[in-house]
Write a protein that binds this ligand. Structure first.
Ligand code: SAM
Length: 216
């Protein structure tokens, strides 16, 4: 259905080397990025952008995240094979493919109907089969909780309580939190009744919408 040729594999390896230079050290994450064909998410006219380290529009005012951002969030999430992972913000579906490459059982939820439909059609054709959900992920996905890992790929005004409540014991939530322009990457680890918060670098995500997110 799609081509993954020598040149594209070469560009992907180059991207992996760049991410390593930028400080990504988790070999499993780098290997997943080396495997998932990111160019498949791009229109033909924009193929040369696929392996550059930048975010790119995917329609509906949304973006496929920058590869460095995907690598950074995934590294902080520390996914183990067999983990049940909730991704909030399916977007193109690229990040969901990376999580599947790490051996996770992936639930991914998207608020935009067109993007949800598109990813749901496209990923199985590439051999990737997450569980797709349509709706407001700012409230989590209580019917399928608890999750070992929760990854939010849109910028939130606060850490929604619903998400920490839906974490399993020893679970990890990675979420960008801040204003609409800039967010700090937050990791929350649940240990019994305790929530341990760590703050990392600043990033710039499209806003998390919905009940516990921004109001449009
Ligand atoms: N993970 C995506 C990928 O790999 O392409 C990139 C995600 S994009 C930066 C953020 C996505 O979050 C958008 O597709 C947006 O529609 C979605 N989104 C925003 N608010 C949401 C919400 N409350 N629930 C679910 N998805 C939401």
């Amino acid at each position: 259905m799609f081509e993954d040729n020598y040149r594209q594999r070469g560009l992907r390896n180059k991207l992996v080397r760049l991410l390593r230079q930028k400080g990504i050290t988790d070999e499993r994450v780098l290997s997943a990025i080396g495997k998932v064909p990111r160019h498949v998410f791009f229109e033909n006219a924009f193929l040369e952008h696929a392996y550059q380290d930048k975010a790119f529009p995917i329609g509906e005012g949304q973006t496929i995240s920058q590869p460095y951002t995907v690598a950074f969030q995934t590294e902080k999430l520390n996914v183990q094979p067999g983990n049940k992972v909730l991704e909030i913000g399916t977007g193109s579906g690229y990040q969901a493919c990376i999580l599947l490459e790490l051996g996770a059982v992936v639930h991914t939820i998207e608020y935009n109907r067109k993007l949800y439909e598109k990813a749901k059609q496209m990923l199985p054709k590439m051999g990737y089969r997450p569980h797709f959900h349509y709706g407001d992920g700012s409230k989590g996905l209580p019917a399928f909780a608890p999750f070992d890992r929760i990854l939010v790929t849109a910028g939130a005004p606060v850490v929604p309580d619903a998400l920490t409540e839906q974490l399993a014991d020893h679970g990890i939530l990675v979420i960008p939190v801040g204003d609409r322009e800039k967010q700090v990457m937050v990791r929350i680890t649940k240990k019994g009744d305790e929530l341990i918060r760590e703050d990392f670098d600043y990033f710039s995500f499209v806003p998390l919408l919905g009940e516990k997110g921004w109001k449009k």
